[in-house]
Design a binder for this molecule. Structure first.
Ligand code: URA
Length: 286
């Protein structure tokens, strides 16, 4: 198959899988489209033709950190295909009206931010007031702490991907301030979008921030204290549960910061990132 053809095929498959995840069971198709689909497959391009770059190479990490033998987790989508699939998903998510209460109360949908080729993805709970206003996840106080954690790992917001279980701010009728947890129904309704994002990005590791993210992704409600620091798996991708940065804002104890940092050290090890002595010793008592 030619590269252009296989990219188109990848994009089509990604699109159809997305529709399936969103609950669509039947597609109507024009006769000429059907005829084109069953036409003979174009011949393979000459071997010398360069294929697009593989997508889940840890672009953001120093080359040294990833030995040649390390394999990405089942990366199949070509680079352009990822961008097309993510844009297509974004165009479906931004006008979403599936939760009428959220659609009418939100300023905007908070889709997600970062590198769609990132090896590492952070998943939080739901946008707060700041995120709802600016359309970007984790930019309020908890978000600023998350940004610091990411930078302490020698990464940046631009080299990871950040998203939430819920893409709209949970409404708080009658309240002028404060947040509420997403309801199970809201989480179920919105989850297919996050699953599509994960399927497109194909990160090598996911960090689930807080109990709602763990519940949303793994369906586990046994308590963040028990789960944090222990590798889980989400659709074949290693998943590290850790405390939500908002918890660290509420509980300033060095011991709690160290716990989150130890979880991040495990993530860095999983991604074969270099770790300095200084990084190893953050938040240890002097
Ligand atoms: N808390 C979250 O879980 N997500 C955000 O985007 C902001 C705060």
């Amino acid at each position: 198959m030619t590269d252009a053809y296989s990219q188109l095929l990848d994009a089509t498959i990604a699109h159809v899988q997305g529709l399936k995840t969103a609950g669509v069971r039947h597609l109507s198709i024009a006769p000429e489209t059907l005829a084109a689909l069953i036409a003979p497959v174009p011949r393979r391009a000459p071997v010398s033709a360069a294929r697009p770059e593989p997508v889940s190479a840890p672009i953001s990490m120093p080359a040294k950190s990833v030995p040649a033998k390390s394999k990405p987790v089942a990366s199949t989508l070509a680079s352009d295909t990822k961008a097309v699939a993510m844009d297509e998903l974004r165009s479906r998510v931004l006008p979403c009206m599936k939760c009428p209460n959220l659609a009418s109360s939100r300023t905007q949908v908070v889709f997600g931010v970062g590198d769609i080729h990132a090896p590492l993805m952070f998943v939080g709970e739901a946008p707060g007031a700041d995120e709802d206003e600016q359309g970007e996840p984790f930019i309020g106080k908890a978000g600023q702490l998350l940004t610091k954690i990411i930078q302490t790992m020698a990464l940046s917001r631009e080299t990871v991907y950040i998203a939430n279980i819920l893409k709209c701010r949970p409404d708080t009728p009658g309240q002028t301030a404060g947040n509420r947890k997403p309801t199970p129904a809201e989480m179920e309704t919105c989850k297919p979008y996050l699953l599509e994002q994960i399927r497109i990005i194909q990160p090598r590791a996911i960090v689930a921030l807080g109990a709602t993210a763990i519940d949303g992704l793994l369906g586990k409600t046994e308590g963040i204290t028990k789960l944090r620091g222990k590798w889980q798996e989400f659709q074949g991708i290693p998943l590290m549960p850790t405390y939500h940065p908002a918890y660290l804002l509420r509980n300033q104890a060095l011991s709690e910061k160290r716990k989150v940092w130890e979880d991040m050290l495990l993530v860095m090890e999983k991604l074969e990132m270099p770790i300095s002595e200084k990084q190893r010793s953050y938040f240890l008592k002097p």
